[in-house]
Design a protein around this ligand. Sequence first.
Ligand code: UDP
Length: 324
Amino acid sequence: MSRILITGAAGFLGSHLCDRYIKEGFKVVGMDNLITGDLKNIEHLMKLENFEFYHHDVSKYVHVPGELNYILHFASPASPIDYLKIPIQTLKVSSLGTHNLLGLALAKKARILVASTSEVYGDPLVHPQTEDYWGNVNPVGPRGVYDEAKRFQEAITMAYHTYHGLETRIVRIFNTYGPRMRLNDGRVLPAFIGQALRGEDLTIFGNGSQTRSFCYVDDLVEGIHRLLMSNESQPVNIGNPSEITIADFAEEIIKLTGTKQKVIYKDLPVDDPKQRQPDITRARSILGWEPKVTRQEGLKITYDYFRNLPNEELFKDHKDFGKK
Ligand code: UDP
């Protein structure tokens, strides 16, 4: 029976990965420092014999007793508001944290997959983004703490692969959505749905002409699983190429929720990428993977999740975040 360590286990993606590997019949070790994660996301796993949880910050030395076959490193703040509030932790988890986990992988002879991001392409000058594009990143801008830490993560992961012969995998994740996203983390999808549910106007940053390409979480998890089980040590984009402007996306949310509210415009955040769309040729050819869930289907499931949350969740704000 395989044993897998998943960092960021109580987060949005981490918790879905825990579910997947429990279903695959693995022994799952979850780890999270709970700064942005929430135990509610994995509460249903706690009683299972094949699941154990460590409350730990991977930026500090990581000790896991026993055998490990796989490591998935998914611990990191992942929304622009988060990394503005906790920039140092954001830098540390993907640099020091990744170093610790690579060391652990080496000691355990485990295969490690690290969660990278389309943010390594920055505000891209190539469209759609292929894996061989080196990116356009401002190291000292507000997103620099995330983007550069993730770029360092890729570099050190590749170094462990070439120098130590470690089995490594790098997934570049594009915008992903689904149940268990934090309602108030500032990301556009929970922001719009939360606003619709509270009867507020939808806030478009800039003029809404910037684009994103949204992937439903189940598709992403399938792509990650296929990459983990493949022989590919080069980075692989996983995302949904269906691209949409933020203005059109707001219209889709207005239609979906039936809200009578309108859109209002706010300042565009510094260094906000103008366009983003994954080129998934590599994932298609190496992994035989492509997304299956349409935005219409995925948004409906996600909206049902958010509207069934207890009312107090809707009005919880972001202010205490990061002080834990
Ligand atoms: N955005 C917006 N209104 C919001 C939140 C975000 O218009 O209330 C925009 C944001 O400026 C960006 C896009 O939506 O252009 C996606 O933002 P998000 O924070 O979800 O992720 P990003 O892809 O920028 O990391």
